[in-house]
Design a protein around this ligand. Structure first.
Ligand code: ADP
Ligand code: ZN
Ligand code: ZN
Length: 714
C-alpha cells in the first residue's frame, strides 16, 4: 500500500542506511514515486549504498527523529536507483525492525538494512553490468523459481504413530493465537507437535508461513528431515551461519515474497521477512544461544514473542526446562502452559543417581561405580555417554616445585592444555601423560591465543610441569586405557567445528559404530540415540559453585537434557541410568533433579530471585567497557554510575546502578573489562536511563563500550 510521503514539488523521501546514524536521511525522490518499504540506491558520502525508503511517522523508533534536516532541500542529493525487483519491505517487518532498534538501542538503519543478507547489500549484485542485460539478482530470482518448481514431494507420514491425547490437546491450543509454552520431558513428542502444528497452519491457508527456530546448527538436519517428511512439496528455507551468502540472499527473498512457506533456522532467522507469518516455533526456548552476544544483542526468543503478538499469531515456546522468564509469565497467566509429562514411546524416564565423590573418589575422573556401570553396559552392547563440559586435555599446566600455573599473556586467566590430534591419528590412543612434543599446545579459551608448552618452568626452571585437572581429551584417554575393546568417540568444538560435521558424528552414534561417546555441551541437546543406556556426568561441581545467579538454572537444564539422552527407546529403556559424580550431593538442585521435578525447581529458584529482586522480577541492562588502563576505565565507569544515579533521583526513576565491577576474566586481549549493571522494576524507567548511557558512550569511544539489554551473563 503506497503512502504519500510528501506533497511538495521537490518530493523528499526519508531513507534508512546501514550506518551508525540515529535517524534516517533525506533524499530527493527524483521521478521514482517511492513509498514506505522500497529499496533504493543512494549516495552516502563518497559511497553508494543500499537504502530503505521509510515513512518515519509510521515507525515508533523514528517518529520525532530526523537525520539531515538542516540541509536545504535544493542541496539534497537524489535517490540514484529504485530496485523494483527487490520485494518491498513489508510494513509489519519494518515495525519489527523499529521495535528491535528501540528496545536493543541500535540505529534503525543498522537493523533494517544492516540485517539484510550481505549479498543483497552489495550493489554490484543488484545492478546489471550492461544496460540491457540481467543483474546477478535477476539470475538469482529466476533460479529461485526453477528450484521451487522442482521441489519434490517427500514420502508421506502415514505410518507415524497416532498422536496421543496430550499431543492433541496441545495442537488444539496452538490453533489459537497467543504464547503457548510446550513443556515436555525429553522424548515426550514435542517435535511431533511442531511438525503437526506447522502442517495444520500451512494447509489451513495457501499463503500461511511458519518460522521454526533451533538453538544450534547441529540440530537442524534432523529437524529439517522431520519437517520435510511432514510437509511434502513445501519449500523449506534453512537459514544459519553456515549457509553461503548468495544462498542466504535467495532464501531471504523467497521468504519475503511468501514463496518459502517454512523457514527453519538459528537465532539470526528471527529477522527474516515473512509477510504471511502465522505460526512461530522456538525449540529449546530456554537456550542461551538465542541471545546474540555481539552487535545488536537481541534475544531471538523474546523477539519471536513480540512478533507473534504483533501479528496476532501463535508462538510455541518448547522446552523440557522452560526459562525462569517463561515461568514468570506463566504465573502471570500471560502465557499458556501445555504439558507433555510422559515419554511418547511409553518408556519410563531414566533413573538419576548421585555418586558422592567424597566417598567414592573420581580417580582419573571416574568413580568406582561409574567404571562398573560402564563395564556392565559395554557387556550388554549398549551405548554410554560420558559428559564433561570442559574442552582440552587439562584446564591448566602447573609446576610442581613452585606452583607456577600457565596463564595467557593478555588475559587474566589460565591457559588450557590441548593435545592437537592429527587427522590420521586414531582418537583415544594417546598417552595419558603429555609428552613435550609439538603436538601439545596451551590455548586461551577467551582470546584464542595459542602458545607452545614450555620445557622448563618460567619461574623456577624446574622441568616438572604437569597438567592439573581434567578436560574431555584426558577423560577420553582414561576411557581408552581402561576399556581397550570399546569404540570411543569424542565430540567437542575441537573435533567438530561445523554443523555438518556434527550431523555426521551423530549418525555414527545412531548406526552403533561407537560404544562410548565422550563430549561437552554440544552433545547434551536434542539428539536421539536409541541405544544410550548410561549417561555419566563426570563433573558438574564447577557450575554448581559459579557465582552467576543464572548458573543453577543453566546447570539444572543441562543435566535434565543430558539425562534425557538415556533410555529413550526400548533398546535402551528399562535399566537406563544417569550417574552424576559430585562432591555436593546435598545441594538443593539435586533434590529436584533426582525427582525430575522441573516445576518444583523453577518455583524454588523463582522464590530466590524474587527475594533478591533479580530477573525476572526486575529488568537489567549492562554497560560494558574494555580499555587497556584499568584505573582510567574504573574512574570513567564510576563517573557514569554517579551520573545515572543522579538522573534517576532527579526524575524519581526507580533504577539502581551498580558497579563498576570487573568482568570475568578481568583482562582479555590486553584490555581490562568492567561493567555497570542497571536494575529496575520498571522497564520504561530503565529504558529512559539508557538514553543517558548512549550519550556517555558516544563521548567515550576510546573505551570500546557496548550496551546489553536483558543480559544473560552477569
Ligand atoms: P521430543 O521432541 O519431545 O524430544 P519427539 O517428537 O522427538 O520428542 O518424539 C520422541 C520419540 O517418540 C520419537 O521417536 C517419536 O517418533 C516418538 N513419538 C512421538 N509421538 C509419538 C506418539 N504419539 N506415539 C508414539 N511415539 C511417538
Ligand atoms: Zn616452578
Ligand atoms: Zn587470552
Amino acid at each position: 500500500m503506497p503512502t504519500e510521503l510528501s506533497t511538495s514539488p521537490a518530493r523528499i523521501v526519508s531513507v534508512a542506511v546501514d550506518a551508525p546514524l540515529p535517524g534516517v536521511l533525506d533524499y530527493r525522490d527524483g521521478e521514482f514515486s517511492l513509498s514506505h518499504g522500497d529499496w533504493v540506491e543512494v549516495p552516502l558520502g563518497r559511497r553508494r549504498v543500499l537504502g530503505l525508503v521509510v515513512d518515519p511517522r509510521r515507525l515508533d523508533d523514528l517518529a520525532g527523529r530526523k537525520g539531515s534536516q538542516e540541509i536545504p532541500s535544493d542541496r539534497l542529493k537524489s535517490v540514484a536507483l529504485h530496485f523494483r525487483n527487490l520485494v518491498p519491505a513489508d510494513p509489519k517487518w519494518l515495525e519489527l525492525a523499529s521495535f528491535a532498534a528501540r528496545y536493543y538501542r541500535k540505529p534503525f538503519g543498522q537493523i533494517a538494512v544492516g540485517l539484510v543478507p550481505k549479498w543483497l547489500r552489495d550493489l554490484k549484485n543488484l545492478t546489471p553490468k550492461k544496460e540491457s542485460g540481467p543483474s546477478h539478482l535477476d539470475r538469482l530470482l529466476s533460479k529461485s523459481v526453477d528450484q521451487l518448481a522442482q521441489a519434490a514431494p517427500h514420502n508421506n507420514t502415514a505410518n507415524d504413530p497416532q498422536l496421543n491425547a496430550e499431543q492433541l490437546l496441545a495442537l488444539g491450543a496452538i490453533d489459537r493465537p497467543g504464547v503457548h509454552v510446550l513443556h515436555g520431558v525429553t522424548g515426550s513428542g514435542k517435535t511431533r507437535v511442531y511438525t503437526e502444528a506447522a502442517h495444520r497452519c500451512i494447509t489451513a491457508d495457501p499463503q500461511h508461513q511458519v518460522l521454526v527456530m533451533v538453538p544450534e546448527i547441529g540440530l537442524t538436519p534432523q529437524l529439517v528431515a522431520r519437517f520435510a517428511a511432514a510437509l511434502p512439496g513445501i519449500e523449506i528455507a534453512v537459514l544459519h551461519s553456515e549457509v553461503s551468502e548468495r544462498e542466504r540472499a535467495r532464501l531471504w527473498l523467497l521468504a519475503a515474497s511468501g514463496q518459502a512457506r517454512l523457514v527453519i533456522g538459528t537465532r539470526l532467522s528471527i529477522m527474516t521477512p515473512m509477510p504471511y507469518l502465522a505460526l512461530l516455533i522456538v525449540d529449546e526456548e530456554h537456550d542461551h544461544s538465542y541471545k546474540q552476544q555481539e552487535g545488536m544483542r537481541y534475544s531471538a526468543r523474546d523477539l519471536a514473542v513480540w512478533r507473534a503478538q504483533q501479528l496476532a499469531a501463535a508462538v510455541v515456546l518448547g522446552s523440557a526446562t522452560p526459562a525462569m522468564e517463561t515461568w514468570a509469565q506463566l504465573d502471570k497467566r500471560k502465557y499458556q502452559l501445555l504439558s507433555l509429562p510422559h515419554r511418547a514411546t511409553g518408556e519410563p524416564p531414566a533413573a538419576i543417581e548421585l555418586i558422592d565423590t567424597l566417598k567414592d573418589p573420581a580417580r582419573e575422573g571416574l568413580s568406582h561405580q561409574s567404571r562398573q556401570a560402564i563395564a556392565q553396559v559395554l557387556a550388554q552392547s549398549g551405548q554410554i555417554l560420558v559428559f564433561l563440559n570442559r574442552r582440552g586435555y587439562a584446564p591448566v599446566l602447573s609446576c610442581s616445585s613452585c606452583g607456577w600455573a600457565s596463564q595467557c599473556a593478555a588475559c587474566s586467566i589460565a591457559t588450557v592444555l590441548h593435545r592437537i590430534d592429527k587427522k590420521s591419528e586414531s582418537s583415544g590412543a594417546g598417552s595419558t601423560e603429555p609428552s613435550r612434543a609439538s603436538k601439545w599446545r596451551l590455548q586461551c579459551h577467551h582470546c584464542g591465543a595459542e602458545s607452545a608448552v614450555p620445557k622448563f618452568c618460567p619461574d623456577c626452571g624446574d622441568t616438572d610441569l604437569a597438567p592439573v585437572g581434567r578436560g574431555v581429551q584426558r577423560l577420553e584417554d582414561t576411557l581408552a586405557a581402561e576399556f581397550p575393546g570399546a569404540r570411543i568417540l569424542r565430540i567437542d568444538r575441537d573435533t567438530v567445528r561445523q554443523g555438518k560435521a556434527l550431523a555426521a558424528e551423530i549418525e555414527k552414534i545412531q548406526r552403533h559404530e561407537v560404544d562410548i561417546v565422550v563430549g561437552t555441551q554440544m552433545l547434551a541437546k536434542g539428539h536421539d540415540f536409541a541405544r544410550m543406556r548410561l549417561v555419566i556426568v563426570a563433573d558438574a561441581d564447577t557450575q554448581l559453585v559459579n557465582p552467576d545467579f543464572r548458573a543453577p538454572e543453566r546447570l539444572f537444564s543441562t543435566l535434565i537434557q543430558v539425562a534425557g539422552r538415556a533410555g529413550r527407546h526400548e533398546q535402551s529403556g528399562a535399566a537406563a541410568r544417569v550417574l552424576i559424580q559430585t562432591r555436593y550431593p546435598q545441594h538443593r538442585l539435586y533434590r529436584f533433579l533426582l525427582q525430575q521435578d522441573v516445576a518444583g525447581f523453577a518455583k524454588a529458584e523463582l522464590a530466590d530471585r524474587e527475594a533478591a529482586s533479580l530477573p525476572p522480577f526486575s529488568y537489567m541492562a549492562a554497560v560494558r567497557a574494555a580499555y587497556r588502563d584499568e584505573t582510567k576505565t574504573r574512574k570513567l565507569l564510576q563517573g557514569l554510575r554517579d551520573e545515572l544515579q543522579q538522573f534517576a533521583a532527579q526524575y524519581s526513576w526507580p533504577v539502581t546502578a551498580y558497579g563498576p565491577v570487573a568482568r570475568y576474566p578481568e583482562m582479555q586481549a590486553g584490555k581490562w573489562r568492567g561493567q555497570i549493571i542497571l536494575e529496575s522494576g520498571s522497564r520504561p524507567a530503565l529504558h529512559q536511563l539508557l538514553a543517558v548511557v548512549e550519550q556517555w558512550m558516544a563521548q567515550h569511544r576510546e573505551l570500546d563500550c557496548h550496551l546489553d539489554v536483558d543480559p544473560v551473563e552477569v
